[in-house]
Ligand binder design. Sequence first.
Ligand SMILES: Cc1cc2nc3c(=O)[nH]c(=O)nc-3n(C[C@H](O)[C@H](O)[C@H](O)COP(=O)(O)OP(=O)(O)OC[C@H]3O[C@@H](n4cnc5c(N)ncnc54)[C@H](O)[C@@H]3O)c2cc1C
Length: 355
Amino acid sequence: MLEGLNLSHSAGDGVAKAEERASDEEVRPEIENVIIIGSGPAGWAAAVYTARADLRPLLISGNEIGGQVATTTLVENYPGYDDGILGPDLVEKMQAQAVKFGTAVRIDYVTEVDMEGTSFGVKTASGKSYRAKALIVATGASPRKLGLPEEERLTGRGVSYCATCDGFFFRNKELVVVGGGDSALEETLFLTKFASMIHVIHRRDQLRAGATLQRRALAHPKIEFIWNSVVTALNGDVKLESVTLKNLVSGETRDLPADGLFVYIGHLPNNQLFLGKLASDELGYLVTDKLMRTSVPGVFAAGEIQDHRFRQVATSVGQGVAAAMEAEKYLANLEDRSYPDAEDVRQLTPAALAA
Ligand SMILES: Cc1cc2nc3c(=O)[nH]c(=O)nc-3n(C[C@H](O)[C@H](O)[C@H](O)COP(=O)(O)OP(=O)(O)OC[C@H]3O[C@@H](n4cnc5c(N)ncnc54)[C@H](O)[C@@H]3O)c2cc1C
């Protein structure tokens, strides 16, 4: 995040050019080797690796081209960019690398996945149908938003959903955090390293977070709790300047000056395509093993669709790479008509993984 910065790039521009090239020049096989669903960091990393393995992957972008990181400004914690890099630029570079090695890109949205039969069927919003021998699911997750009119415009300009990513930009600044669960308090405590003061807005008069976290947060001199309250408006022209609060008991409203707002009211995995088809945990994230295999042989998952712990570009990229390498092995085995681990994988359930 960089406050006040005007984004002149869009990850979508480069992807669109890549798609034009792909559709003009290419005859696609009747059954693809591998289809990658999602164009965030995990999807592009999987594309680079499967393309370099000569698998001619097809990547279907989804509506958020470039994924979550394309919505932020400066990314300072992705290794290799010592001066940082703009989020859209980072994913555009990943995409260029994937296309250079032979990834075909389709700007489209997957509406249906068929996992019956010997290959996987994929249908898209534009009416296209594809089949593939293997799938890499990289549909990510979305931070739950407050749903306020100025929220999107001010994201990356004071509004954030990731303290690990953006906390650094708020040294000696006054912050607001919304939420009352474990992650809200963990992130608030993390933010105390940077902020001068943090106001935690919670809609109830009690926190949902665990007792230890509550104790630490309640005792912290830099943290103030504002109970029974919600944020009803975000104010600021170029960047966030204040939030409007409403007390749910008294009905009173007031403006609270704030340099930054961190929203921690949950994340939602983009799992709708896979409900009832792939094993998922109690929060709806796909369950994978260390080899990024899901509960269906031939379907791999990477990034935030299966990881709600780390939620970083670097970890999503690493998981995308692992999924690609395992997909390659799966396809090699398939060609010999043997997949020794298939039975084990079918047993993969959240309970089996926890055991
Ligand atoms: C504001 C913000 C700032 C951040 N800053 C940083 C940072 O500085 N450093 C850092 O390491 N991390 C940062 N993160 C976190 C980082 O962006 C994520 O960890 C990373 O993008 C996750 O990658 P992913 O590929 O798993 O999923 P996502 O980035 O969520 O991408 C998912 C992709 O799947 C696509 N998709 C979804 N459904 C479908 C469908 N049905 N059909 C086809 N495609 C579909 C979407 O369009 C999207 O392209 C930030 C996140 C946010 C929101």
